[in-house]
Write a protein that binds this ligand. Structure first.
Ligand code: 3NM
Length: 280
């Protein structure tokens, strides 16, 4: 891969397809974590999150600093789990916070507008207040299935819970918890934008296996992803559907922003859609 020098220092954009959460202790230490990260990226991991509940901040900072040349070279964003201070100190590309960490609004103030900010949500009850936040870039949703990796995980939401959250949340979604090559396609079928794994990759002990597993997971994501927004034309009007549900009118007005190009979608109240359908 050829990259130009200025790209090397630019923050890569969010690509939620396949998130590798790197737990250095599960990987076997600092050096092994670097090897796991390289092999996982070679296989198709599109974002990396550094997470350790046990390690001290000094060693975590050094690992983040050693990971950045690898992730930047491949234009894969590196996020810190929980710790805004480490994200800032290491110049990582963003931070992922949970429900008991700093509130997302405060995390955003700390890491700045250019950083990627993710938030974990664990139940349908958290959806409406999350939709009101203007400051996050994506949500991690789970645990979908039972997991051995997170001891204090909330109750599992299952595929049905995931499906309901995806239909109601307005942010890109990354499913997490017990995801492997065996269930990745079923998870994607619920309408998520990507998946996050720890043990499916970190527990493997050679680079070839890691690369192969990452590439299989990535294929499962790419071949099962559903379009987030779709157009539907009824009676001369074009509506915008979010994951199958009509939410607004569709306008083909391209918007160029520093986070990418979008089509403009005009939010309208649901009863207006209903009235239009019956010709009022
Ligand atoms: N967060 P594995 S589940 C870190 O539901 C984490 O928020 C979860 O590990 C959540 O892929 C989880 O090995 C552990 O199951 C995911």
């Amino acid at each position: 891969m050829t990259i130009i020098a200025s790209d090397f220092w630019m923050r890569p954009p969010l690509n939620p397809a396949l998130c590798q959460i790197l737990d250095p202790l599960i990987c076997g230490g600092h050096k092994e974590a670097l090897k796991v990260a390289q092999a996982a990226i070679n296989g198709g991991v599109s974002m990396l999150q550094l997470r350790s509940k046990q390690m001290n901040k000094g060693p975590l900072l050094r690992l983040a600093q050693d990971l950045l040349p690898i992730t930047r070279r491949h234009r894969v964003p590196l996020l810190m789990n929980d710790h805004c201070d480490l994200a800032i100190a290491s110049d990582a590309d963003g931070v992922h916070v949970g429900q008991t960490d700093l509130p997302p609004t405060v995390a955003r103030q700390l890491v700045g507008d250019g950083a990627i900010l993710g938030l974990s949500i664990t139940s349908i009850e958290q959806v409406s207040q999350t939709n009101e936040l203007g400051c996050i870039d994506y949500v991690g949703v789970g645990p979908v299935f039972p997991t051995q990796t997170k001891r204090d995980a909330d109750p599992t939401i299952g595929l049905d819970g995931l499906n309901e959250i995806c239909r109601r949340i307005k942010y890109p979604t990354i499913a997490i918890g017990g995801i492997s090559i065996d269930n990745a396609a079923d998870v994607m079928a619920q309408g998520v934008d990507g998946i996050a794994v720890i043990s499916a990759i970190c527990s493997l002990n050679n680079a070839e296996q890691i690369e192969l597993t990452a590439s299989r997971l990535r294929s499962a994501v790419d071949s099962n992803i559903k379009p987030r927004y779709e157009k539907e034309t009824i009676g001369g009007r074009t509506y915008c559907k979010l994951r199958g549900e009509r939410i607004s009118y569709w306008r083909d007005v391209p918007l160029r922003t520093d986070r990418g190009n979008y089509n403009m979608v005009v939010e309208i109240p649901k009863d207006t859609i209903a009235r239009n359908e019956v010709g009022l």
